[in-house]
Design a protein around this ligand. Structure first.
Ligand code: P6P
Length: 334
């Protein structure tokens, strides 16, 4: 068990050999995420103090108003990832198409693609609710030296080489995995250093919290309706507690610590689900499964789904293993 209070930098150096590719590349990749996280954290934490709230007037491909912090976070992560000469392409919720990045000498020889939701839950910013960044990392599959293509981004989640999230909450944490378990680092803002505060995080196999927007109940698939009623029955450790923040990173982080299930099924407004497979569900599923939890669309493991488009949506049921298995039973028994 890694000892607490180690810095993120020390942790990366001590665990470089776990990264099955060139050791130095992981350091540069995670260090660019770390830098961007600190830059975004600084702005998020002062959002209420300066006129950075409110929509920037633009709308993203999702048709959602872009909060100014969305744009700020998107630019911060793209800038730091670009400057580290390790990434050949970036896809973002805030960008209609992926961005091609050239390496040294204008060559297309960087090896990784990164997909990000730069500020998930940003509609919560002006009501002071925690928001987060979600990131997913793959090794490119098209030949080095050629421009990155859509194929490099449409890999199944089980091909991720690293993934994680930053939660800008009562404290700012970076939680990530490179396929060898999950570790959480808490930022000491006074000195700008992340410290290992949650070594070897494990998703409790059982829980008594369910997180779903019950406002959409009438449009849920019957199996989800049946599972929610099951959560509410008086029996054993039920009724469960309903906790829904409306910020994926916040709900999942709480459930990973306390145990619980998060459900965003298909609804009338979002017949394919609301959450994005590539830069929300896949990275969160990678972390959840590395911690011993489960992530499904109700029938198939999220990580096994072959993506077909950059911004595709998918139903998302994830969290404590035995709770997700129970929900899947209800989905499959309809
Ligand atoms: P609703 C935020 O917009 C988000 O993508 C997730 O962070 C959150 O869990 C979900 O959507 C909230 O959606 O429809 O319940 O407001």
């Amino acid at each position: 068990m890694p000892q607490k209070n180690k810095t993120l930098g020390e942790f990366i150096i001590e665990n470089q050999e776990e990264f099955r590719y060139s050791s130095g590349e992981l350091s540069r990749l995670i260090n660019s995420i770390r830098l961007a996280a600190k830059v975004v954290n600084h702005e998020v934490n002062k959002a209420g103090l300066v006129d950075i709230l409110g929509t920037a007037g633009d709308t993203n491909i999702q048709g959602e108003d872009q909060q100014k912090l969305d744009i700020y976070a998107n630019n911060a992560f793209i800038r730091t990832l670009t400057n580290r000469e390790i990434v050949c392409g970036i896809a973002s919720e805030e960008e209609d198409d992926f961005i091609t990045i050239k390496g040294r000498n204008e060559q297309h020889d960087n090896k990784y693609v990164v997909l990000i939701d730069p500020l998930d839950g940003s509609s919560n910013i002006d009501v002071n609710v925690s928001v987060g960044t979600i990131f997913s990392v793959y090794r490119r599959i098209t030949p080095s030296g050629t421009p990155v293509t859509l194929e490099d981004f449409l890999q199944p989640g089980n091909k991720q080489v690293a993934a994680g999230y930053i939660i800008y909450g009562t404290s700012t944490m970076l939680v990530y995995s490179t396929g060898h378990g999950v570790n959480g680092f808490t930022l000491n803002p006074a000195i700008g250093t992340f410290y290992l505060s949650h070594p070897n995080m494990k998703f409790p196999k059982d829980g008594t919290i369910y997180s779903v927007n019950e406002g959409n109940y009438v449009h849920f698939p019957q199996g989800i309706k049946d599972y929610i009623k099951y959560c509410q029955e008086e029996e054993g450790d039920r009724p469960y507690t309903s906790r829904y923040i409306g910020s994926l990173v916040s709900d999942l982080h709480r459930n990973m610590i306390k145990g619980g299930i998060y459900i965003y099924p298909n609804t009338a407004k979002n017949p394919k689900g609301k959450l994005r497979l590539l830069y929300e569900c896949n990275p969160m599923a990678f972390v959840i499964e590395q911690a011993g939890g489960m992530a499904s669309d109700g029938f198939t493991k999220i990580l096994d789904i072959k993506p077909t488009e950059l911004h595709q949506r998918i139903p998302f049921i994830c969290g404590s293993l035995n709770m997700v298995l129970k929900a899947k039973q209800f989905m499959q028994n309809v």
